[in-house]
Structure formats: C-alpha cells, structure tokens
Design a protein around this ligand. Structure first.
Ligand code: COA
Length: 181
C-alpha cells in the first residue's frame, strides 16, 4: 500500500512507493497532482498507445483540453516524468466515473494505479459524490480497490452518450463496477 503523505501547499500529494515489503528495494517517490495544460500531449500519447492495443479508449486532444480538470497525474518525484493518469468525470447527482486510467509500462506494479484511483476517490468525496463507477477491461484490478460488479442499466443514462460514439458500440465487452463512497 502506498503511504499517503500530507498534501503539499500546492495541493499535490507525495506517495512513498513502499508497495509491499517485496518491492522495498525499488522504493522511489512519486507525486499525484492535478493535471495542467502542459500535461495534455503526454496524456494524449499515453492513452493513444493503449488505445492502439485495444485496452482502453483513446481521447482526442480536443476532448482532453475540454476535460483537463478531470485528470490527475502521477509524476516521478525526481525527474517529474509522467508515470500515470486517471480521470474523474462527474456524471450526475451522486455519480462520478473513473475513466482513462493508465500507468506507463515501466511504472506498472508500483501501486501507482491504486494511488491514482484513491486520489480521485478523495476528490470525489470532497465534491459530494457518493457513488464511483468504472467501465473497464480490468475488473479484477478494481475489485481489489473495493469496487463491485453492477448492471450497467443502473448507471446514469448520460453514460450512453459516450457509449454511442465508441467504436465498439453496440458490442461493448467492458465490465461495469461501482463503489459506494
Ligand atoms: C490496470 C493498471 C492501471 C494497473 O496499474 P498498476 O500501477 O500496475 O497497479 P497497482 O500497482 O496499483 O496494483 C494495485 C493492485 O492491483 C493488482 N493489479 C494490477 N493490475 C492488475 C490487473 N490487470 N488485473 C488484476 N489485478 C491487477 C496488483 O497486483 C495490486 O494488487 P495488490 O495490492 O494485492 O498487490 C495498469 O496495468 C494499466 O495502465 N493498464 C493498461 C490500461 C488499462 O487497462 N487501464 C484500465 C482502464 S479502466
């Protein structure tokens, strides 16, 4: 489990990567912070790389500029290089969606995915959100974070707006999961 340190004056949080004793030898810090305009092209590239492999949906630069305030990023504590990203999209009263979660190939397995989702969760609670959902191809990862499978039909109808423009519509093979906050 990453250790969450006190928020810094700029609102970011430093995480000490001691994700299990077996990984102590590669301990290294990373910071989770809100994304800025300067991050957009890195977010775009990371999402496009995974989208090309069919593991998540890519986003256009236009969408990313529109929705940049949804995003949190994990950056290397020493170099500032982006290691991962996650979006928190408010959908409806009570509901927000975790979307576009991605960790770079070399940074996987260090607790960064978990830390990004947890940071979005903290933000969601502060916003008054009570239910967090996700549509995903990695349900087992989200189950580890306390999400439970749910029938997509109970999700806000607005979700379908994105589904209709998805290249996979109507043959969606993503699983929907939800977590009460
Ligand atoms: C899925 C992803 C975000 C996980 O990020 P990560 O930083 O490697 O994950 P973490 O190190 O935080 O793992 C947290 C826990 O989930 C487990 N886990 C990680 N990836 C998993 C997977 N694909 N399936 C099941 N469990 C997984 C880890 O073993 C760890 O378990 P532990 O706490 O018992 O040790 C990352 O693999 C990724 O970017 N994948 C490609 C994009 C993608 O599929 N995104 C999801 C879109 S919704």
């Amino acid at each position: 489990m990453p250790v969450i340190c006190s928020p810094r004056p700029d609102g970011s949080r430093a995480y000490n990567n001691t994700h299990g004793r077996k990984r102590m030898h590669m301990a290294q810090t990373y910071t989770i912070r809100k994304a800025t305009i300067m991050d957009v092209r890195h977010i775009y590239t990371l999402l496009r790389d995974y989208a090309d492999r069919g593991v998540l949906l890519g986003r256009s630069l236009s969408d990313l500029y529109d929705q940049i305030r949804d995003f949190s990023v994990a950056v290397d504590g020493a170099s500032g290089r982006m290691l991962g990203i996650c979006g928190l999209h408010i959908c409806w009263e009570e509901f927000a969606e975790i979307r576009s979660l991605a960790v770079t190939a070399e940074a996987k397995g260090r607790g960064i995915g978990r830390a990004l989702v947890e940071a979005c969760q903290v933000e969601a609670v502060a916003l008054g959100i009570t239910r967090l959902f996700v549509l995903t191809y990695v349900p087992e990862f989200f189950k580890k974070l306390g999400f439970d499978p749910v029938d997509k039909a109970i999700l806000p109808h607005k979700v379908w707006r994105d589904c209709i423009t998805c290249v996979k519509f109507p043959d969606c093979d993503e699983e929907s999961l939800i977590k009460a906050l």
